[in-house]
Ligand binder design. Structure first.
Ligand code: NIG
Ligand code: FE
Length: 419
């Protein structure tokens, strides 16, 4: 069955020649076609062009047509950093922060990641899976067509595996493209207090072999931060992860610059994420590397912390990606359109830069920019059709508004039940 979308006001983020990412001043440009069509066959983009170039329908019995009625078509957002599998929300801690207790104080008193871990350990696989499925439906409805999901709220062998097995089940049952990341080194569990090396031993000697054997993760992550894990912990874990076939995507520089960016790059990381605080040396170490700097503006917004020097990175000719960091403690937001709005409003990115950062570049940051992240022949047909809009930048400008009319995943129109 062929699917044709016609009368598209603007077909946005088209590529004649595919790129693995877009960097520096090239991020200012988005290619698009006006008054366009797109054809999809077997879940992949098979053709696109202007309505004038369209040859019409050759096989009426095997063609489904959607009239975009002057709406625009975008490639789905790729959200390259989330903690979608968690056991419950943490609005009680958020209210504490409103009243003046800091995020750090809450974590130091056993809240934060340890609070989420306790709840997750008490939650069954089925319950966790059902919660994750419900969240994923909302994620899909907001225009995301690929998502990376981390473990990290388990913090025991059993519970980290439970999360990764939930993610594996989501991979099998959901129409979105999913990548899984092992983040057992998210925080030191209470029972390992003063014995950090022993917790790392557990991850390296016990968890990693099972993860590899069951094919449970695509990437490995660590929270490199004061009070969490050091640069030498990062080196140790990433070297071990590599031996088990896992490339790194790291949490670095959220509150302090410890040297985790350089160490991640040296360990061949695919991305370094957060980067709210960056030294000149951190930026320097990204030059010439194949590591994608990833900013998480909804985390900055929710915690009231700095937004990170995205503008400076682009001005230095570097690429960058945007992701939601969807999690119950620092970013209870999954909406990538809001993320792009925040990047424009708070980080001075143009809509073009924000769209590049949340499509092709974030696809790179999850290892899929050859398959997703743009409108190109042969790429997966994960895209959305908007309501009529005055310009494509209206997506970022009209923050808080849902401009999405129709969602296509793997070349299929999403049914109302989102299944
Ligand atoms: O990416 N920074 C580390 N981890 C998560 C959130 C942790 C939490 O508060 O639950 C993040 O922001
Ligand atoms: Fe995170």
């Amino acid at each position: 069955m062929k699917l044709v979308i016609k009368n598209i006001n603007k077909l946005v983020q088209t590529e004649e020649t595919t790129r693995k990412w877009v960097a520096g001043s090239d991020m200012k440009t988005i290619n698009y076609l006006e008054d366009a069509f797109i054809e999809i066959e077997n879940g992949l983009i098979s053709n696109f062009g202007t309505m004038e170039q369209w040859n019409g329908i050759d096989d009426w019995n095997n063609t489904q047509i959607i009239d975009a009625e002057d709406g625009m078509v975008f490639p789905s957002y790729c959200d390259s950093h989330t903690h979608l599998v968690h056991a419950s929300t943490r609005e009680d801690e958020w209210i504490e922060r409103i009243k003046g207790t800091s995020y750090k104080e809450i974590a130091d008193n056993g809240g934060g990641i340890l609070n989420s871990a306790k709840k997750l350990q008490e939650t069954s696989f089925e319950d966790l899976l059902n919660q994750a499925k419900d969240r994923l439906k909302k994620v899909i409805q907001s225009g995301t067509g690929a998502i990376e999901i981390k473990s990290g709220y388990g913090l025991t062998l059993e519970s980290e595996l439970k999360i990764l097995r939930v993610i594996k089940e989501l991979k099998n049952s959901s129409p979105v493209t999913i990548k899984a990341t092992l983040l057992a080194a998210h925080a030191l569990p209470l029972e390992f207090k003063g014995r950090k090396d022993e917790y790392l031993d557990l991850i390296i000697d016990k968890l990693l072999p099972i993860v590899e054997q069951e094919g449970l993760a695509d990437y490995i992550d660590i929270f490199c931060e004061e009070g969490y894990f050091s640069v030498s912990d990062l080196n140790r874990l990433l070297i071990a992860g590599k031996k088990h076939g896992l490339q790194a995507k790291t949490h670095v520089n959220q509150f302090t610059s410890l040297g985790g960016v350089k160490a991640s790059v040296e360990n061949g990381a695919l991305s370094v994420d957060h980067l709210e605080i960056m030294s000149d040396q951190d930026m320097e170490s990204l030059q010439g590397s194949s590591c994608m700097a990833t900013f998480l503006p909804s985390c900055s917004f929710f915690l009231g912390i700095p937004y990170g020097p995205a503008r400076e990175l682009i001005n230095k000719g570097l690429p960058l990606a945007l992701a939601s960091d969807y999690n119950p403690g620092s970013s209870p937001n999954w909406n990538m359109n809001l993320v792009t709005s925040l990047a424009c409003i708070k980080m001075n990115l143009t809509p073009e830069e924000a769209i590049n950062a949340s499509t092709i570049n974030s696809a790179y940051a999850m290892g899929i920019s050859d398959k997703l992240g743009s409108i190109a022949i042969g790429k997966k047909a994960n895209l959305f059709i908007t309501k009529p809009m005055p310009s494509y930048g209206f997506m970022q400008y009209s923050f808080g508004e849902n401009n999405i009319e129709n969602i296509i995943l793997n070349g299929k129109i999403l049914n109302p039940n989102n299944e």
